[in-house]
Design a protein around this ligand. Structure first.
Ligand code: NAD
Length: 479
């Protein structure tokens, strides 16, 4: 039996697997073949899941932090033990090479370990009122039942980045995974139950009707929190929908990362960083380098070295051990990337590598390099979400920073320079929630991940991540 056949395919509600009235198909982007049929939740199914979460809330909140921590630690250990089958499942449903899926599983497991360690450190403080006659004591309490919506590009890590802090804080939850990748989330439900998460605390409802399911939950007064990772467009809509209930919200939205290579950069290191920042997940990452802004003094050297590295990559199915670049998530995504590249060419950019979709089956697009990309081209304004490096050359640091900031997104930026003063000056000036300095990868369970401007609200991971699931309560105590 294949891994995807073994994966659970029902709704997980109140600790039990249940069917839905209909199912929907999950396909392998490398072949276009159907790999599973998953239960398709409706609005009433979502309300049943919230019934379970609301019913479990008080007991889970009252469970000792040490117990919650030990369950999370056990979940980390189980994920580590099951890493290979989880990695294969992620590759089957989202396409990327197995080695990258293994890295995602390790990253996903890290959130379970990190928040196991944080569960026992939820604190408060004590002050004497300025008038001296009473005490101000603060405590932090779980926000209550949460609704978590996740995207397809990291089908496990985007889930544990929310689930682990919510569990650590003492919240119960309903998770709606992306329709392209529900299998990893369903496997996680099985794993969390095995780790000892009580019935009703964690519920999963895959659906092909996200708007209907979400409408039913956001209108329900028992829900206290929405945490969303996905596109800015959907996030904006969900913020408006959350307003009537004055829900707590966390929003991890789209990026448009600039990657600056200054004239004093170590070009070899910059190319190394560019390969990670651009090519992880075939560019299908919110923190993917979207625009390469390179100083004219090093532009030719950087471009040629990057072109060589990209040209050497092998595109192919993720389960094939020789593949270094997998397919894009679906044909629509591949066509969108193709259109952005064609449009950039029409605007005068020069195609230096790739640029033509790989004939089917599967939604493959090859590593591609463009130079002379105009600043107003849609490829520099939108997330490419594909393996396309778009390079533009600049004559000075100031214009590079201005171009980097000329976007409504503010998730991450990267800068390469050998001069620490410059690194700090440019790092301060870049409008982004995260800045990679001489580093192409910033994601880490121990660091606060999140954006400014239209890239979102709140932070996931780090010391900050658990705060998204806690409320501050102030007790005024008469001395
Ligand atoms: P998407 O916004 O289309 O979908 C994300 C999730 O929202 C999915 O689960 C989807 O089913 C759900 N959804 C879609 N329409 C909805 C609606 N009307 N109501 C409720 N839910 C709805 O995004 P995507 O294509 O799955 O993911 C790619 C996007 O996610 C990119 O923009 C990327 O930058 C962003 N992303 C951001 C981060 C981050 O941490 N900032 C991380 C990963 C991905």
């Amino acid at each position: 039996m294949s891994i995807e056949d073994e994966a659970p395919q029902g709704l997980f509600i109140g600790g039990a697997w249940t069917d839905a009235a209909a199912t929907f198909k999950v396909t392998d982007p490398a072949t276009g073949e159907v790999v599973a049929e998953v239960a398709d939740a409706t609005g009433p199914d979502a309300v049943r899941a919230l019934d379970a979460a609301a019913g479990a809330q008080a007991t889970w909140a009252a469970t000792a932090p040490r117990t919650r921590a030990e369950i999370l630690r056990r979940a980390f250990e189980l994920m580590t033990e099951r890493a290979e089958s989880l990695a294969r499942l992620a590759t089957v449903e989202m396409g990327r090479p197995l080695a990258e899926s293994r890295a995602e599983v390790a990253y996903a497991a890290d959130f379970l370990r990190w928040f196991a360690e944080e569960a026992v450190r939820i604190g408060g403080d004590h002050r004497v009122a300025p008038t001296g006659d009473y005490r101000i004591v603060t405590a932090r309490q779980p926000v209550g039942p949460c609704y978590l919506i996740t995207p397809w590009n990291f089908p496990l890590a985007m889930v544990t980045r929310k689930v682990a802090p919510a569990l650590a804080a003492g919240c119960t939850m309903v998770l709606k995974p992306a329709e392209a990748t529900p299998l990893s989330a369903l496997r996680l439900a099985e794993l969390l139950a095995d780790a000892g998460v009580p019935d009703g605390v964690f519920n999963v409802i895959p659906t092909l009707s996200p708007a209907e399911v979400t409408g039913a939950l956001l209108a329900d007064g028992r829900l206290r929190k929405l945490s969303f990772t996905g596109s800015t467009e959907v996030g904006r809509r969900l913020l408006a929908q959350s307003a009537p209930g004055v829900l707590r919200t966390s929003m991890e939205l789209g990026g448009n990362a600039p990657f600056l290579v200054l004239d004093d950069a170590d070009v070899a290191a910059a190319v190394e960083g560019a390969m990670v920042a651009k090519m992880r997940n075939a560019g299908q990452s919110c923190v993917a380098a979207n625009r390469f802004l390179v100083h004219a003094a090093v532009a030719d050297e950087f471009t040629e070295a990057l072109r060589e590295r990209l040209a050497a990559l092998r595109t192919g199915p993720g389960l094939d051990p020789g593949s270094q670049v997998g397919p894009l998530i679906d044909a629509k995504a591949r066509d969108k990337v193709g259109e952005l590249v064609a449009d950039a060419e029409r605007r005068g950019a020069k195609l230096r590598l790739g640029g033509r979709p790989v004939p089917g089956p599967g939604s493959f697009y090859p590593p591609t390099l463009l130079t002379g990309v105009p600043e107003d081209a849609p490829i520099t304004q939108q997330e490419i979400f594909g393996p396309v490096a778009a390079i533009a050359a600049y004559d000075d640091e100031q214009s590079m920073v201005a171009a980097a900031n000329a976007t409504s997104a503010g998730l991450v930026a990267f800068v390469y320079t050998r001069d620490l003063d410059r690194a700090l000056r440019v790092g301060d000036a870049l409008e982004a929630g995260m800045v990679g300095i001489n580093r192409g990868l910033v994601s880490n369970a121990a660091a606060p991940f999140g954006g400014i401007k239209q890239s979102g609200l709140g932070r996931e991971g780090g010391l900050e991540g658990i705060d998204e699931y806690l409320e501050v309560k102030y007790l005024a105590i008469q001395a």
